[in-house]
Design a protein around this ligand. Structure first.
Ligand code: ACO
Length: 428
């Protein structure tokens, strides 16, 4: 007999199936609880709620494991490129030689935007936040591809390959255009002969920096940054993408809302917040010690530390910390903010407050220092995260679209006023 869990409510027993994941994760399937008993479960912030069954990414936050389609992030970081990882995350296996060529050619040939698309940028003030522009433009670019944005699931799934390649390619073009718009610089056409990252840096910096040519080390570090952000199971933005998609919305609309969800400082905006925090610690003459005390007393938050799922070192932070040091050594570049970050990390990992709460560096702790070294301005950091996360959003949209047709619709426990009556204005 399969395993069950029994819940006793008001003296009555209700029996529910237990679900086991392939990595030993356990859950009680309570979908019928309300119908059976009139009760719902309450889980503010969903910390204890499995919202879906998924085959894409596995995290064991207690020990610091992250795997995409079964492959450890360390092996991908060592051997794969961002595009290899994107293919793996979306299509479920590492691409063969031909599959990779077709995929990467499809991304290369989809980089340019329609001629009249550029004029949308002139409607924004120059200081518009790049995440606002990116979210709007991902929906806008969808308007040029009716079959991919019809909100007709069958038709969209038929054209999924095209939509996925197009988004992975164009998110990078739109990001570069946003940067140029903010600086009042002319847009730069993409070059099909360049790799994914090199083409992005070309569209960002060509003409702005004299004879701009990124070094192989810079291109590699940026590719690694994107790879390490490719997916991370049911985080705030990915859950948003699935939520929006569950209503039948197309891929472009769904990832556009993912960008909005990512923007906040507790999620993807943390990479920006970390560098601002390090800079202000540096400007105040502190080496991080005073800041640690402020974080412990609740007066400040150590950005880039802590995670809902990781109660151990985030493996991505470990890789990025090493990559930041290597990149700076290769560039002959030193950054006092890296020294402060290392000091903060050491002090926090030895401090009872952080030990007790299991607070470790997360992906955002070192990532901004890499972007800064490459010359990407701080206000673009979360956009860079969005470029990296695009494969994960796409894979989750596709998984939801092919495995579930139920709209996501949580319930609530109402705590407001009970039955009231309308009072005319004269009597208020
Ligand atoms: N600095 C100081 N104290 C912290 C920090 C931190 N960065 N993070 C958590 N704590 C403390 C909380 O104050 C709380 O203490 P208490 O038990 O005494 O009240 C305890 O640790 C638990 O923290 P919660 O906020 O309940 O943890 P939660 O899982 O809700 O939040 C989060 C996780 C949002 C990531 C949080 O750790 C945080 O704000 N970190 C800084 C922002 C950040 O780096 N975000 C990026 C996350 S990764 C990503 O989304 C890409």
């Amino acid at each position: 007999m399969s395993e069950t869990a029994t819940i006793t409510i008001e003296g009555k027993e209700f029996v529910y199936p237990v679900i086991h994941g392939t990595e030993g994760e356990k859950a009680i399937d309570l979908r019928k609880l309300r119908g059976d008993s009139g009760y719902i479960t309450y889980d503010d912030g969903y910390g204890n709620t499995g919202s879906c069954l998924s085959e894409i990414t596995f995290i064991n936050g207690e020990v610091g494991i992250l795997r995409h389609r079964g492959i450890p992030i360390e092996e991908l970081a060592e051997n794969a490129s961002f595009l290899n990882t994107a293919f793996l995350v979306i299509y479920g296996h590492l691409p063969g030689k031909e599959e990779y060529e077709t995929f990467s050619n499809s991304i290369g040939s989809n980089a340019s935007v329609p001629g009249d698309f550029s004029h949308h940028f002139s409607g924004f003030p120059n200081d518009a936040h790049p995440m606002a522009v990116l979210s709007a433009m991902l929906n806008a670019i969808g308007c040029y591809h009716g079959k991919l944005t019809s909100n007709n699931r069958e038709q969209e799934l038929e054209h999924f390959y095209k939509a996925a390649s197009l988004l992975i390619s164009k998110v990078r073009t739109i990001a570069a255009m946003t940067y140029r718009m903010r600086k009042d610089l002319p847009f730069v056409e993409p070059r099909e002969d360049l790799g994914y990252v090199e083409n992005f840096l070309h569209m960002m910096f060509h003409g702005e920096k004299e004879d701009y040519q990124p070094s192989a080390e810079e291109a590699h570090a940026l590719d690694l940054f994107l790879l390490l952000h490719a997916d991370h199971e049911q985080n705030c933005s990915t859950s948003t993408v699935r939520m929006v998609s569950s209503g039948g919305a197309n891929l472009f609309a769904s990832v556009s809302s993912g960008v909005s969800a990512l923007w906040g400082p507790l999620h993807g905006g943390a990479n920006t917040a970390v560098v601002k925090m390090l800079q202000s610690i540096h400007d105040s003459g502190d080496d991080g010690s005073q800041f640690i005390e402020a974080a412990k007393s609740g007066k400040a938050r150590l950005m880039g530390f802590g995670h809902r799922v990781y109660k151990n070192y985030d493996p991505r932070a470990k890789i990025l910390g090493g990559a930041a040091e290597k990149l700076m050594a290769n560039m002959g570049h030193s950054d006092p903010l890296l020294d402060i970050a290392r000091h903060l990390e050491k002090a926090a990992l030895e401090d009872e407050y952080f030990i007790q709460r299991k607070l470790y560096p997360n992906v955002d702790f070192y990532s901004g220092l890499i972007l800064k070294a490459i010359g990407i301005p701080v206000e673009m950091f979360t956009v860079m995260f969005a470029i990296g996360r695009m494969p994960g959003w796409i894979a989750n949209w596709h998984e939801l679209a092919t495995t579930s047709s139920r709209i996501h619709r949580p319930r609530q426990i109402y705590t407001g006023k009970t039955d009231q009556h309308y009072v005319p204005v004269k009597d208020r």
